[in-house]
Design a protein around this ligand. Structure first.
Ligand SMILES: Nc1nc2c(ncn2[C@@H]2O[C@H](COP(=O)(O)OP(=O)(O)OP(=O)(O)O)[C@@H](O)[C@H]2O)c(=O)[nH]1
Ligand SMILES: [Mg+2]
Length: 407
């Protein structure tokens, strides 16, 4: 009998132990599952800003060919998107995002580069003007130098006229005096009174929308990347839209720029997806995620290809279904001269250009294009690209520009 009791007690203890062990095993596993399902907290990108596509998205009426809607699958929930997960991991394992340089004083920093590239204009002019007796031949040389800098015939005539008047009144041609006149005249031509601010703050209850356009290879994607950096340095919440859907590599290029400073990119992974649909989705995500600014990169297009220019018009119209476009930046390669002016004309007819970005000013003595393009379009040069480095983009500052030319 005693033995029976003993067996009963031992049996009970073993039962309790087994039950306890089993319970703790189950608990442990469910915690595991919860942890794995929980979204990463400090991924650096607010995933809520990329909500899943809704039925509405597919209703871009008539604008989207094909029965599958825009085909932009970027803003699906991250759990179904291995690419997005990889991007988040990357950001997590790279905890130190780059800290971009603030825009203030950038042109001063880049002044030496600008001065070097424009020596033919500045030094050439000063040498000509201060060499003493200025005969007709000397004035022709001055004109030639200005024309060669892409200043344009009209502005060149105005400048030469003004200089001739001052020389005849004053009689002097010492370098300091001539430099003073030139500085004043060039500054007037560059029109310092133009508003060069870039729309980059929220407009009421929506983000500002910036569309970046231009012909192939002018530096659009690089400019969008650099601009995102400038805005991040100003604590703006930026979202990028990769509406260059010709090649997946174009979206990759943009995404890489963004990831370096913790900015997300809305893109399609399908080559040849409708660029208007991607642009639409980017703006939509920007609105829903309460971004400050959405910057949309577009594919390079030749201005003389009507079909491509029409496509750009469509991108604009589709974006405008849900938001105004606050800024259309035309990116021009400063080394392309007269052709750049022709591009400016055609692009401004297709989309209302609000500002010019002049890139590659570091490699050319053709700074006069600032004046000619502003004259042609009546819109200001807002930014200048002065190199391939990530912070080699500066807000255009007329006085610093003229000083650099005359350095
Ligand atoms: N030196 C110099 N190079 C620049 C500047 N801006 C861009 N680039 C270079 O120009 C080349 C083309 O730049 P992208 O940004 O890819 O040009 P894109 O307009 O986007 O080209 P597509 O998308 O093919 O039309 C790259 O090698 C850039 O590094 C600049 O201000 N100075
Ligand atoms: Mg590009």
């Amino acid at each position: 009998m005693d033995n029976l009791w003993l067996y009963l007690v031992i049996g009970l203890v073993v039962l309790v132990l087994v039950a306890g062990f089993a319970f703790s095993l189950i608990r442990g596993r469910s915690t595991d599952v919860r942890e794995r399902e929980a979204p990463p907290r400090d991924a650096g990108i607010d995933l809520d800003r990329h909500p899943p596509r809704t039925e509405d998205d597919l209703e871009l009426p008539g604008e989207v060919p094909g029965g599958e809607g825009p085909g932009v699958d970027t803003i699906e929930a991250p759990s179904t998107r291995p690419e997005t997960e990889i991007a988040i991991e990357d950001l997590e394992t790279t905890p130190t995002l780059e800290r971009p340089e603030s825009a203030r004083g950038r042109l001063q920093r880049l002044r030496a580069r600008l001065a070097r590239s424009n020596t033919a204009l500045g030094k050439g002019l000063l040498a000509l003007l201060s060499r003493g007796h200025l005969d007709e031949e000397a004035w022709e040389d001055v004109e030639d130098t200005l024309i060669a800098s892409d200043l344009g015939v009209e502005a060149t005539n105005e400048l030469v006229e003004s200089l001739r008047t001052q020389v005849s009144i004053d009689g002097t041609t010492d370098e300091a005096t001539v430099r003073g006149w030139l500085r004043e005249d060039l500054l007037t031509l560059v029109r310092p009174e133009m508003d060069r601010r870039i729309a980059s703050a929220r407009m009421g209850d929506r983000p500002s929308v910036i569309l970046v356009v231009g012909v192939n290879g002018t530096g659009k994607t690089t400019t969008v990347g650099k601009l995102a950096r400038v805005l991040v340095a100003e604590d703006r919440d930026v979202l990028l839209g990769a509406a260059d859907t010709f090649r997946a590599a174009a979206a990759d290029q943009l995404e890489t720029w963004g990831a370096r400073v913790g900015v997300a990119t809305i893109r399609s992974d399908r080559d040849g997806a409708d660029p208007a649909a991607v642009a639409f989705d980017a703006v939509k995500a920007g609105i829903e995620g309460e971004a400050d600014v959405v910057i949309i990169d577009t594919a390079g297009r030749l201005h003389n290809k009507a079909g491509l220019m029409d496509e750009l018009g469509k991108v604009k119209r589709v974006i405008e279904k849900q938001s105004e476009i606050d800024e259309v930046l035309l990116v021009l390669d400063a080394t392309t001269g007269q052709n750049g002016l022709q591009q400016a004309k055609v692009f401004s007819e297709a989309v209302d250009v609000t500002g010019i970005v002049l890139t590659k000013l570091d490699g050319t003595a053709k700074g006069g294009i600032v004046v000619s393009v502003q004259r042609q379009l009546g819109v200001p040069v807002k930014l200048v690209g002065l190199g391939e480095g990530p912070d080699d983009l500066a807000p255009f500052d007329p006085a610093a520009f003229v000083d650099a030319i005359l350095e």
